[in-house]
Design a protein around this ligand. Structure first.
Ligand SMILES: [Zn+2]
Length: 219
């Protein structure tokens, strides 16, 4: 029964090909917005058209193209905004509704549980959202690529361990829902990425470092 009630909608919004997600319970119509940014009015209109109630926001990481709609969303609805505690200092928003969370934190939209998976590397507090066989991955993992590590707080070693120790543990049938529309298709499976994504195929930290940063590790 419960499996019938999952809701997920992916929308491309803004000038940087961002994917914003509405995710939650199709029965109770309660959803979270993942990465409210750019045209918040469009996000709110979509929710209204689909008879959805936004009960909170989930933030994959602090970068402005994923967060520049938080304050506008909060003007519309007094709801919690979940940010990994390590990205809170970078976010630059001081508001009672910002909730600092850690690995494994679970929120519920209706009967649908959403689990936070801390995946540092693109930023210190990057997190993915695991919900009903889907992994909403922000800028940690893209289809055929991964996040850059040259912005404040980025760390290629951490990203390597997040990708190879955490994300490759998800089953092959997990649906990967990335934070940008950078590929030919909007979603894929983890099984496909494990076979084809060059960053997941790097067999050592050294190779990953060389590939990701363009330079060999300096040590
Ligand atoms: Zn980013």
């Amino acid at each position: 029964m419960a499996s019938h009630s999952f809701y997920l909608k992916q929308s491309e919004i803004g000038p940087m090909e961002n994917f914003v997600y509405l995710v939650g319970d199709a029965g109770t119509r309660e959803v979270f917005v993942v990465d409210p940014a750019w045209q918040v009015d469009t996000i709110i209109r979509t929710a209204k058209e689909e008879d959805l109630k936004i009960v909170g926001a989930l933030i994959s990481h602090y970068h402005f193209d994923h967060t520049n709609g938080i304050e506008e969303l909060l003007q519309y609805r007094d709801c919690p905004v979940y940010v990994n505690k390590k990205d809170v200092p970078y976010l630059g928003i001081s508001h009672d509704n910002i909730k600092a969370v850690d690995e494994g934190h679970i929120v519920k939209a209706g009967d649908v549980e959403i689990r936070m998976v801390h995946t540092p590397g693109h930023t210190p507090g990057s997190q993915c959202f695991h919900v009903r066989g889907h992994l909403i991955s922000g800028d940690t993992l893209f289809i055929g690529a991964c996040g850059r590590t040259d912005l404040p707080g980025g760390d290629p070693k951490e990203l390597y361990y997040s990708l190879t120790q955490k994300l490759t543990k998800f089953s092959d049938d997990t649906i990967l829902c990335p934070g940008h529309n950078y590929a030919e298709k909007p979603m894929t499976t983890m099984g496909s990425e494990k076979k084809t994504n060059p960053y997941l195929l790097c067999d050592s930290l050294q190779n990953f470092m060389r590939f990701r940063t363009g330079v060999a590790e300096s040590r």
